[in-house]
Write a protein that binds this ligand. Structure first.
Ligand code: ASP
Length: 331
């Protein structure tokens, strides 16, 4: 073999080894979001902002507990989103925003990158944890998305926790809105979680009450696979938040994975391009969280802020790195 060829093979091998080492630098990665929006009122209310920081921190630690015990990424995503759905600070489960009729209609989706299996529910009113129903659709039905009363019948049949009264999802704050629907007010706080687990599997989940004053059974991007939620082990796991109609039109979550896979952009480049260039900032307001198959993270938003955080475990040192943020800076 000629010397040049041998050198080329040696370089190719070295690159392969370094790529493999890089892929394992982070034992696991968790990224969460709790919705995007203007956040202007939080600037005037630091104590309230502290509640969000604490909740994001708790969400990350819940995911860490699951992954450090050796469980799979999908278990971490379910545990994190279940926590958010119980927390009234967020627009998911209890605390969900209301429809124009003053009721609550919830959407959720989950997807695993290892086999592209996915499940989603849309417009459910009596399922306590919509993310669990989405997971049940994925694992226990031949379908990907169920909606309304059919989704509820399915959830009941599979023994999921149901609530009799749709007002279970109300909080003092959402009740104020229900009473004063005429006064324009909205709530940000869709929740999402993406994970790269120890086995190299990518998982994404999203849960939401949708957009304030939505009508006619409106469904947003969150439960739409490829729009608000997507995961593919060959590229990234993505969960979006923002004005859903725009996220659907731009197939944001799949779009990001496609840019990464086919244009060979980094997850950050692809995410920044879609959020800041492709979406119209005035209309397509929002952001996303993403992690790629090597554990790199992106969390861009084009709104005033986005509740978000990440945690990863360094493989060599065992060190946990964790950061949460609302506005530009992370802490
Ligand atoms: N994307 C959600 C929807 O359009 C809302 C949000 O993330 O704030 O339903």
């Amino acid at each position: 073999m000629k010397r040049i060829q041998r050198r080329q093979i040696a370089i190719a091998l070295a690159l392969l080894v370094s790529a493999a080492t890089f892929a394992q630098e982070r034992e696991y990665v968790i990224v969460v979001h709790g919705g995007a929006g203007e956040m202007s009122e939080l600037k005037m209310a630091p104590e309230r902002a502290e509640m969000y920081y604490a909740a994001l921190d708790s969400a990350l630690m819940i995911g860490d507990k699951v992954l450090s015990a050796g469980s799979e990424g999908v278990d971490a995503v379910l545990a994190v989103i279940n926590y958010f759905e119980r927390n009234p600070l967020f627009n998911a489960g209890v605390g969900a925003t209301c429809t124009s009729e003053g009721t609550f209609e919830l959407d959720a989706a989950i997807m695993e990158g290892k086999d592209l299996s996915a499940g989603a529910v849309a417009g459910v009113k009596h399922v306590k944890h919509p993310i669990d129903a989405a997971y049940a659709v994925k694992t226990r039905s031949p379908h990907v998305m169920l909606s309304g009363s059919g989704a509820e019948a399915f959830a009941k049949e599979h023994g999921l926790d149901m609530v009799e009264d749709n007002m279970y999802f109300a909080t003092p704050k959402t009740m104020e809105w229900v009473e004063k629907l005429k006064r324009e007010s909205k709530k940000n706080g869709t929740v999402g979680c993406v994970v790269l687990d120890r086995q190299g599997n990518l998982v994404a989940g999203t849960s939401t009450g949708g957009m304030f004053k939505k009508r006619w059974g409106r469904i947003g991007d969150s439960p739409v696979i490829g729009a608000g939620t997507y995961a593919d082990n060959a590229s990234c796991a993505v969960s979006c938040t923002g004005h859903g109609e725009y996220f659907i039109r731009h197939a944001v979550a799949f779009n990001l994975c496609a840019r990464y896979k086919y244009l060979k952009e980094s997850v950050k480049q692809a995410a920044d391009y879609i959020i800041n260039k492709e979406l119209n900032k005035d209309a397509g307001n929002g952001g996303l969280i993403a992690v790629d198959k090597e554990g790199n993270i992106a969390m861009p938003f084009n709104s005033g802020g986005m509740f978000r955080g990440y945690l990863y475990k360094e493989k060599t040192t065992g060190k946990l790195v964790k950061k949460v943020g609302i506005g530009e800076e992370m802490r």
